[in-house]
Design a protein around this ligand. Structure first.
Ligand code: ZN
Length: 196
């Protein structure tokens, strides 16, 4: 049993897997939230930063591979367990930014031990990096089929890009929301490109 009720986020696209893990983990004393894909996981993380994340690797939309690399970069204090049925044994698949690996549907006891090991106090000093308030600078892309100016914004949170129409009368520094993960983004237009 974990001595402190660690806050845990379970990410899996299959509802029966989420429910099953939720049951096991709540019974073991964890405070558990669930998310069905990488984007909703990032939204849940922004609401409240969890101590631990248990994430599937193969999910539609944003895979666990992408999610965990974003988490490692943006929230280095969160301890992470990757899980999959596509890999055997206890070894972490190459390229996965996680602290441990759980082979799905094998011994829940080994999962619980793993979570306890990586969440020991002292193991994870909760150093939450403050959000950068500096805007990202974006050049214009030209015009779309209807002749409207637009820019392509790359979300610093989930790293996906999306187009945004340009309002020529708007102030220099603007705010928008990521089309994918709904993070607030500060951005500014590169002036030289506007004149061109
Ligand atoms: Zn985003």
């Amino acid at each position: 049993m974990p001595s402190l009720k660690a806050n845990l986020l379970v990410v899996d696209d299959e509802a029966p897997v989420r429910m099953c893990l939720l049951g096991i983990l709540v019974e073991s004393g964890y405070a558990v939230r669930t998310a069905s894909d990488g984007f909703s996981a990032l939204a849940a993380i922004r609401q409240r930063i969890p101590d631990l994340i248990l994430s599937d690797l193969n999910m539609p939309g944003m895979s666990g591979f992408e999610l965990l690399s974003v988490v490692r970069r943006r929230f280095p204090s969160i301890r992470v367990v990757a899980m999959s049925s596509g890999f055997r044994g206890l070894d972490l698949p190459r390229g996965v930014a996680a602290d441990a690996f759980y082979e799905k549907a094998t011994h829940p006891s080994s999962l619980l031990r793993m979570l306890e090991d990586i969440s020991r106090p002292g193991q994870s000093p909760l150093l939450h990096r403050p959000r950068s308030s500096a805007p990202i600078w974006i050049p214009t892309n030209g015009h779309n089929a209807r002749g409207d100016s637009f820019i392509t914004i790359s979300c610093p949170e989930c790293l996906r890009a999306f187009p945004q129409l340009l309002d020529q009368s708007a102030p220099t520094t603007l705010e928008t929301t990521c089309a994918w993960c709904h993070s607030p983004i500060n951005y500014a237009i590169v002036q030289s490109a506007l004149a061109a």
